[in-house]
Design a protein around this ligand. Structure first.
Ligand code: HSE
Length: 306
């Protein structure tokens, strides 16, 4: 097969406060993969640009590992591939970089293994790898997606709500925070009383988002008890960003995914002022406006021989 596969895979922000492991939103920052059959007898990776520097170039590459697992599952052989990778998504910052790579690997296996997986099946597979759908579902579908992965049946069900009409600011610290470290900060058990409280907060948050009542949605997001209270000490900037954002009437300030990126939801009239203030205050971080991605993964095949 002499074809070339181009993939443009969005970043994502998971949790939105109280939606721990189940809610996520795709963002317009991308991982770009340019994939073709290699002349060589091994897979090759060419990493271009700052966010992919230092990734392995041999078979320990995450994309190779995932693609081969999928090929084994469907009993197909993948040709040796040449993969060029560039990315606007910083690693280990809570913006879904590994979910984007995972989704890329699934699309690669699907195309070059000629498997014909549907989007539904791609989602099922992706969630099985990740254990929760909050990054992979919006990465595949775009927009704001809610989902539940049942580990017993291994089935993932998802539901969508309208993309919020808000502006998003992300403040990305210069340091990494590994998802495993951030998850290790969470308690092993949670009382029934706390579970009831937090599910009430989450239900109210979702209903408010559906009604485009961003003040109420934001108020609920900020009352998360599932993960933020246990993680904020890992992100020294978090409290100050929240305080400054309040002065600009931001709807909410939350940890993006497992952190350390901090995300604000704010009315479009006020986002410019806040992002400039955050840039000024947190010089060691990168504060930027980012828009919500509504289309999910884009894949394009360039046929070399028609
Ligand atoms: N929901 C996940 C977490 C996202 O917060 O740990 C990162 O995998």
């Amino acid at each position: 097969m002499g074809d070339r596969l181009y993939l443009k895979i969005p970043a994502s922000t998971a949790n939105l406060g109280v939606g721990f492991d189940s809610i996520g939103m795709a963002l317009n920052k991308f991982l770009y993969l340019d994939v073709k059959v290699s002349e060589s007898n091994v897979w090759t990776f060419n990493h271009i640009g700052p966010n992919v520097e230092g990734l392995p170039t041999d078979n320990s590459h995450y994309i190779y590992q995932v693609a081969q697992k999928v090929a084994r599952k469907y009993n197909v052989r993948l040709p040796n591939l040449e993969i060029e990778m560039r990315s606007e998504i910083p690693l280990a910052r809570g913006l879904g970089s590994s979910a984007s790579a995972l989704v890329g690997a699934l699309y690669i296996a699907n195309y070059f293994g000629d498997i014909e997986l549907s989007k539904y099946e791609l989602l099922q597979l992706a969630t099985e790898f990740e254990g929760h759908p909050d990054n992979v579902a919006p990465t595949i579908y775009g927009g704001l997606v809610l989902g539940y992965y049942n580990p017993d049946t291994k089935v993932t069900n998802v539901s969508y709500i309208d993309t919020p009409k808000v502006d998003i600011i992300i403040t990305i610290p210069s340091y990494e925070l590994k998802t495993t470290d951030s998850r290790n900060a969470l308690p092993d058990t949670f009382s029934h009383k706390k579970a009831v409280q937090n599910s009430a907060i989450s239900n109210t948050m979702i209903s408010a988002l559906i009604q485009h009542n961003y003040e109420l949605a934001g108020k609920m997001m900020e009352q998360d008890g599932f993960h933020e209270p246990y993680r904020q000490h890992l992100i020294p900037e978090f409290q100050s960003i929240k305080e400054i954002a309040k002065q600009y009437q931001a709807y909410a300030t939350v940890i993006s995914g497992a952190g350390p990126t901090v995300l604000n939801l704010i009315a479009p009239e006020r986002s410019g002022e806040l992002v400039r203030e955050l840039k000024h205050e947190f010089e060691s971080c990168r504060s930027e406006l980012v828009t919500i991605n509504e289309s999910g993964v884009e894949s394009k095949v360039l046929y070399q021989h028609l």
